[in-house]
Design a protein around this ligand. Sequence first.
Ligand code: B12
Ligand code: SF4
Ligand code: SF4
Length: 384
Amino acid sequence: MGTGFPLTLADREWIEQRARAAGFDLAGVATVPELSGAPASEDDQRYTQWIDAGYAGEMDYLKRADDAGEYLRGDLRRSMPWARSVIVCAVNYNAAAPKSIDPADSKAGWIARYAWSGQEQSGEGSDYHDVLLLQLRALESELKERFGTDASMRCYVDTGPLAERAYAASAGVGWIGKNTCVLNQQQGSWLLLGVIVTSLELEPDAWSVPAADRCGSCTRCIDACPTDALLNPETAGVRQMDATRCIAYLTIEKKGSIAEELRPLMGRQVFGCDICQDVCPWNRRAPVAASGLLPARQELVNPALQWLADMDGPTFNRNFRGSPLERTRRKRILRNVAIAMGNSGEREFLPQLDAWIAGDDAVLAEAAAWAADCLRENSSGSRG
Ligand code: B12
Ligand code: SF4
Ligand code: SF4
């Protein structure tokens, strides 16, 4: 529970400095608003509207609610009444490598930048969840040493009952862009977030100043999104997306078959999607990651679709052990590869697609049949 004394500005600066020493590129501390207080209800409302509109699709973990039916992620104090601050840490994962929107071989797919991390030599992946958690735990130990073991603390990367981006914004780590990502003026948006939820409380003089919104009149991300997943902030009044249309959701989270009308729009994306960040002017000058925490494996940049298709189960497991692709599993990745082949315009993929059509995975066979039809009907295909 609480420590009995509020943290000063010097304490907050110490926390941010120790986070950087632990390997994070950016850090800040956000105050947790009172349950049902005015600032809380704004985020809570945004979150509730988003879930109720059906934008979360099949991501049921986002819909968990308390006994009163209020969504847990809408307000952190619903699951952790003791929470007073959230320490938000960010790691830059940018690599000196092409963007998904740069010209590429028509037989290459795209794996999202955040999933490139791993060791080239051993060929093993590393999942940012594991890497960031280790850094957060190191920071947590230092906090306990300085502020006492009475303070409650919980470290999360993705899995905590909170909207990390909303806290990143109020901690001053960055602003929420129209692509819904947290952007930092110096670092761009190739940032992964980790948080420590704590009972330590900042005194009001020590509260962070949220980062200024620097999107201005730009709408490049909204214009470039192939599936129109990003809501128009002018009409929706928020910077959010319909995740059920987002290629990241379709390729990573969506089980089973993908709606046919969305498939041609998915282009060559086989895992995640970077388009709305690749077009962002703030990423033009984004520095390459300095921390060395998430080194990029070059073989995952513009991977040949046939290379992915050829991997049998053990090879896939060896190549992607410990990587974000491991959790999505080979079955779903092959479904995505089949769709990307269909969008490639390359008829040389037909024998592979025909083999999948004859196979015993019904979802893959159906995606492959769709892809083969695309190639047979139109050998120029559509690229994304
Ligand atoms: C579910 C999820 C997804 C879903 C839905 C994404 C979405 N935009 O909602 C899918 C699968 C599509 C997805 C995709 C990606 N994701 Co994701 N995802 C999450 C997860 C687990 C929950 C997000 C969530 O709750 N969404 C629901 C909506 C309503 O919440 P929200 O967008 O965060 O919105 C809140 C704030 O934005 C705020 N808000 C909105 N407008 C405004 C305006 C103001 C002024 C303020 C103050 C606040 C505010 O209110 C909202 C409600 O509280 C988070 C981790 C986490 N625990 O937060 C990672 C996370 C958001 N994802 C991340 C990443 C890296 C990605 C991808 C880049 C991966 C990829 N390359 O494929 C893409 C990016 C797509 C995109 N343009 O957002 C990072 C984002 C880092 C960053 N720089 O922003 C996170 C934080 C994970 C992490 N630990 O680093 N993701
Ligand atoms: S990640 Fe891709 S599909 Fe999702 S909103 Fe961004 S551009 Fe659109
Ligand atoms: S592309 Fe433009 S509108 Fe979109 S996040 Fe970047 S600056 Fe903001």
